[in-house]
Structures are given as C-alpha cells and as structure tokens.
Ligand binder design. Structure first.
Ligand code: KPL
Length: 314
C-alpha cells in the first residue's frame, strides 16, 4: 500500500483525534494504518468493520487498515501519536522494535511533559509536537463525530523555528479538510493550551457541565479565575508570562466558543475512561513544586478529579 512519495502514516491511539485523522487520510486515499493496543481490540475493530465516521449529516463506515503490536509488518517511518499522554510510553514500548531510528514521531495529545521522555526513548528520531482545536468525539467505540472545525499547529519539539522538514510533515498530515500549519514556537502554543485546559476541563468534570455552562456558575467562575491567577504566577517564575498576557479573557472566550461541547475530561469521566488530569493539572502542579510554588486551587481540582476518575493510578 505504501509508496516512496507518500510513506504510510501509522496512527497510535484510535481515540477521537486518531480516528479523525485516520478517517480523513482514508477518505483522501492516503496510506494509513491504525495501531490497536492488542489482538483483542484489533479483532473487535475488524468485527465492527471499520470506523463509523460522521461529519455533518453523513455517516460512513471506513475500513481503515489496522494492526496491533504483534501484527505490524513494515517498519514505521511516520507515526502520529494520539494516545492519552499517560499511555504514550507504554504504547510506544510495545512497538519500539518496529520504529525506524530516524522516524518522524508527531505527538498530538493534550497535556505536557511527554515529548522529552519520547526523545529519550528514541534519541535519533525527529520529534514533533502538535496541538489541535478540531472538535471530535467518540459516541461509541469505533466511531468518531467531527463536531467542529478548528486549527492545528505543529512544531519541532526540541527547537524553535521553521524548517523545510517541518513544512513537509505539516503538509503530509493535512488530510483535507484538516489543515496543519507549521509553527515556529510550538512550546508557547502548548503552554497556552495547557493553561486553557487547566482552567476549563477539571471544572467541567467536577460540575458535570458543558464548557459554556461554567460561565453561568459564580462558584465555577471564581475557581476559574483563581486557577488562571496561579498559572500566571507560575508562568512568571518560568519566564513564560509574555505568552499568556490575556489568559483570563482567552479562557472565557474558549469556554464561550466551545460552549456547547463537553470537554474531553468530562467525556472521559462519563464514558468511564481514565482522564488526562495527571498530564494537565498534575503536570502544572509538579512544575510549580519544582519552582518552590504551591498552587492551592489547581491542587484542589487535581485531588477532586483524581477522586472522581477511579481508574487513574498515582
Ligand atoms: O481542549 C479542550 C478539551 O475539551 O480538551 C477544550 C478547549 C476545553 C474544549 O473543549
């Protein structure tokens, strides 16, 4: 299936975002392969017959090629990683021997702190980080709904700046209508995204409400404002405050713009899945501890979400 002009994209993690990219790749006739966790989930996928992909009023069953660690045939040259942050290293270990030393690895997930560990695991690989605001959710297993259009940015994990390789990876991942744009400072983009996720996701999980409904709850709004103040304090200590000058307003705007959405954390809790709280608020609180700072409001949300997401181990 693969050819030299367009090497195959392997996708690790068939959640909402992995399924979205896989579906559009399939629809644009690009070689792609979903890597499932094990033989059992691969067999369940095969029995289902593919991914039920919905955009607008139309749903179609897309029979995207799939494998699991035991059935991978060709060496992996391009890998899009869309697992949850905390599952990344284990998922990568399972396919490690199939990944070419100089492979391109693109990390597209919520949370921070993983790219450094992936680079240590694959010292010669080209690591990229990406961030998307495309709206997608999984109404049931092996199904994805493309619910809202957004933007996707990609950058080098280790350096700032734009390079021809970055442009070509961005282009290669732009399966129409998805458009991936090269960004010269992806760390700043991810820091801002982390801050927004810290201010919205835990609160929606605790209040069990849609993003926009937070704005109607005085108690939630007050917590949101404390979370943002604490993030601004930490950002100042880290020299990242210029990236977040208008964070209070940004958070309100995102909550309003995505008002009708259930955040990814609320979706995880409602579906009985492990949440990403440790890679989002947990990562933030860890960074603060290293700086000798405490973030009481974030810490309280971390404790509360861990308590209501029983599968999280720590
Ligand atoms: O990224 C999000 C998420 O749900 O993870 C936000 C921005 C909160 C939109 O729902």
């Amino acid at each position: 299936m693969s050819n030299t002009a367009n090497p195959i994209w392997s996708i690790l993690g068939a959640g909402a975002i992995g399924s979205l990219w896989g579906s559009y790749a399939q629809r644009s006739d690009q070689s792609t392969e979903l890597i499932f966790r094990d033989r059992r989930s691969l067999a369940a996928y095969r029995q289902h017959g593919g991914i039920n992909f919905t955009a607008g009023a139309k749903t179609e069953l897309l029979n995207i090629a799939a494998c699991c660690p035991e059935t991978i045939k060709a060496p992996i040259q391009q890998l899009l990683i869309t697992t949850k942050a905390q599952q990344t290293l284990t998922a990568l270990q399972a396919i490690e021997t199939h990944i070419l030393p100089k492979a391109s690895l693109v990390i597209l997930q919520n949370g921070l702190g993983i790219a450094e560990q992936v680079q240590a695991q694959f010292p010669h690989a080209n690591i990229y980080q990406a961030s998307t605001t495309e709206g997608a959710y999984r109404p049931q297993p092996f199904a994805v709904v493309h619910a809202g259009r957004g933007q996707t940015l990609i950058g080098h994990a280790n350096t700032k700046g734009l390079t021809p390789q970055l442009s070509s990876i961005a282009k290669a991942l732009s399966f129409s209508p998805l458009a991936v744009s090269p960004n010269s400072n992806i760390k700043a983009v991810l820091w801002r995204k982390l801050a927004i996720n810290c201010a919205i996701n835990p609160l929606t999980a605790i209040y069990r409400c849609r993003n926009g409904e937070l704005l109607d709850k005085p108690a939630a709004l007050a917590q949101m404002s404390s979370v943002v103040n604490e993030i601004l304090e930490l950002s100042k200590a880290l020299g990242l405050d210029q990236e977040l000058a208008d964070l209070h307003q940004q958070v309100i705007e995102v909550a309003r713009a995505t008002g009708n959405n259930r955040s990814s954390m609320l979706q995880d809790i409602e579906a009985g899945r492990e949440t990403e709280i440790d890679a989002i608020t947990g990562y933030l609180c860890q960074l603060a501890t290293k700086q000798g700072l405490s973030l009481p409001c974030n810490q309280q949300l971390l404790d509360e979400v861990r308590r209501i997401s029983p599968q999280n181990h720590h």
